[in-house]
Design a protein around this ligand. Structure first.
Ligand SMILES: Nc1ncnc2c1ncn2[C@@H]1O[C@H](COP(=O)(O)OP(=O)(O)OP(=O)(O)O)[C@@H](O)[C@H]1O
Ligand SMILES: [Mg+2]
Length: 242
């Protein structure tokens, strides 16, 4: 088989984030973080509570901007973009999955899944059709007309994943996607992420559970805002086991 050409989809260089608070207080949360992620990788970002994982994910997912440093997403410098430009990138190029699912509880599951398509001007009929297709991928065929309150937490996270997929994104970011789920449901969700990764989608997820990180090939560990480890998950486990 021909060796696959590497294609960098994410590059961060000397990324810093400082939060400025009322009364002149500030907190430096990310300190000169640099790494590259290639197309098709499955990366787990780990680190203890407060180490800066969500801060990093929010920047990678174009929900926030770094204070200093550069972020290139599929070759484009996104760290200097305006809010509107970031919203456009979120709507067209990436999917984001949250710990608490972030569904609209009064809207049907189909509406929730197809929401990102409204911003792309896709018509109602086509939106419903796309929602049905996405729900099939995540194993929720036939659930399109229910409300999120009528399904389990694991199913709600599948709906959120379907919503993240609806733009046909090259990358999915997920911040503790299994944090609110029991072990069995968590395994099912991780099996779904693995399936999506095998289909070519780059996946970057935050977790502090070892069982969840084991699904990833690569691990980036953040300690107190700095990158402490970056390499194969298996190599990290061998090192730990010594
Ligand atoms: N909007 C904000 N304003 C001020 N400080 C913030 C803000 N968001 C996060 N912080 C602070 O930045 C630090 C890192 O927070 P962050 O949420 O990135 O950590 P985390 O690694 O995701 O933690 P957890 O595992 O608990 O989710 C914390 O000390 C937090 O209090
Ligand atoms: Mg967090």
């Amino acid at each position: 088989m021909a060796k696959q050409q590497k294609e960098t989809v994410i590059e961060v260089k000397d990324l810093c984030k400082t939060y400025f608070m009322a009364g002149g207080m500030s907190q430096s949360v990310l300190k000169n973080v640099s790494f590259k992620i290639e197309k098709g990788e499955f990366v787990a970002i780990m680190g203890h509570s407060g180490s800066g994982k969500s801060t990093l994910m929010n920047i990678l997912g174009c929900l926030d901007r770094p204070t200093k440093g550069a972020y290139y997403l599929t070759g484009k410098l996104v760290s200097q973009k305006t809010d509107n430009e970031l919203a456009f990138i979120r709507g067209h190029e990436i999917g984001f999955v949250f710990q608490n699912f972030n569904l609209l509880m009064k809207r049907t599951i189909a509406d929730n899944v197809s929401l990102p398509l409204i911003y792309q001007g896709v018509g109602e009929k086509e939106r419903y059709k796309r929602a049905v297709e996405m729900l099939k991928i995540v194993g929720l065929k036939g659930y399109e007309d229910r409300l999120p309150t009528q399904i389990s937490g694991g199913m709600q996270q599948r709906v959120a994943i379907a919503r993240a997929l609806v733009n046909n994104p090259a990358i999915i970011f997920a911040d503790e996607p299994t944090g609110n789920l029991d072990t069995k449901t968590s395994d099912e969700i991780m099996a779904l992420f693995s399936k999506l990764n095998q289909a070519g989608i780059t996946i970057v997820l935050v977790t502090h559970e070892d069982d969840v990180a084991d699904y990833a090939h690569r691990m980036i560990k953040i300690h107190d805002g700095r990158k402490e480890y970056d390499g194969l998950r298996s190599a990290y486990l061998n090192k730990e086991g010594q």
